[in-house]
Design a protein around this ligand. Structure first.
Ligand code: NDP
Length: 303
């Protein structure tokens, strides 16, 4: 429980609606590319193995890619595929001018070295933004392919708050795919950034100083309302499956009910960051296609 009074009803940041809006903008720009230049953006998604969650993600990505008017190329390889064979496929996709984005669905089977596989992708086609070159470009404030989840969070923050300059952002979590790129993007937008992690001392006190709080930990409801500064904007990246009242449900890293009494705005789980991630994958594919063809990247779809 928290002791803060209810100041006002918080705004729920609706990632489902905003994600649909981003996808509509991507579809509109894709239609324009086709009409004006005869170019169709293409996204190749590679799945190795039979992991049910990964199969579902790949299926959804294919559907949404086609709905945006793009070409979707799906490769489903058996779990015992060798890394050499996967690398050979990546080389073919790198050389294929109809393919503008390449996504290797993670996790890969244990016999593969994910870092080496990701770094075999042409950085210009690395729509997940995980290639070491893109990580370095982002880290040095240069134009990069940006990881989709933090890009989606940044878009929601800009949409809700406008100029982020001077705000204190706290990012809880320092993974290479969420926490670190998130912190770098917020720095790029002139926030004062604190990155917290499992060894941070006084996590509650750190969170209470945040104008913007990003939770990317993977621990169900670990951040209660009394860790949140009244009026703060809270972005909950966590996706945690729990059993409650005899049924399985998905919750975030933030305790939504108590946090919603204090925050100025908050993303729900589900329906917050999740839908933005796939929208940003499509936005990154469009960006990669425009850059590959020497065309301007449409406003508002990149960092
Ligand atoms: P990782 O497990 O790679 O990283 C988790 C981070 O949380 C680590 O930096 C870890 O610190 C930190 N952490 C763990 N326990 C604590 C603690 N008690 N206090 C403070 N920090 C802690 O996870 P990801 O970054 O990949 O994902 C984070 C969450 O976001 C997960 O729930 C995941 O499912 C979700 N996610 C959601 C996406 C979406 O589309 N909405 C996309 C990607 C992820 P340390 O480094 O010290 O170990």
């Amino acid at each position: 429980m928290n002791d803060h009074p209810i100041t006002h009803p918080p705004r729920i940041i609706d990632g489902k609606a905003f994600g649909a809006d981003i996808r509509a903008r991507v579809a509109e720009q894709t239609a324009r590319l086709r009409a004006d230049h005869g170019i169709i953006p293409g996204l190749a998604v590679v799945l190795v193995g039979e992991d049910p969650a990964s199969r579902l993600y790949v299926r959804n990505k294919g559907i949404q890619t086609r709905e945006a008017g793009m070409n979707s190329y799906e490769y489903r390889l058996p779990a015992d595929t060798t890394q050499t064979d996967l690398m050979a496929l990546i080389e073919r996709l790198n050389a294929d001018s109809a393919v503008h984005g390449i996504l290797i669905q993670l996790p890969l089977p244990p016999h593969m070295e994910a870092g080496a596989v990701i770094n075999a992708i042409d950085p210009a086609k690395d729509v997940d933004g995980f290639h070491i070159l893109n990580a370095g470009l982002l880290g040095t404030g240069q134009k990069a392919m940006v990881p989709c989840t933090p890009l989606g969070c940044l878009m929601m923050l800009r949409d809700h708050l406008g100029d982020l300059s001077g705000l204190h952002a706290v990012v809880v979590g320092r993974s290479n795919i969420v926490g670190k790129p998130m912190a770098l993007l917020l720095l790029g937008d002139n926030c004062t950034v604190t990155v917290a992690h499992s060894r941070s001392r006084d996590l509650a006190g750190i969170c209470r100083r945040a104008d913007i709080l990003i939770a990317a930990v993977g621990r169900p409801r670990m951040i209660p309302g009394d860790w949140i500064k009244p009026g703060a904007t809270v972005i909950d990246v966590g996706i945690n499956r729990i059993e409650q009242d005899g049924r399985s449900r998905v919750v975030g890293d933030v305790d939504f009910d108590s946090a919603a009494r204090v925050a100025g705005a908050i993303t729900p789980v589900p329906g917050g960051v999740g839908p933005m991630t796939i929208a940003c994958l499509l936005a990154n594919t469009l960006t990669a296609c425009c850059r590959a063809n020497g065309l301007a990247v449409p406003e508002g779809l990149t960092a």
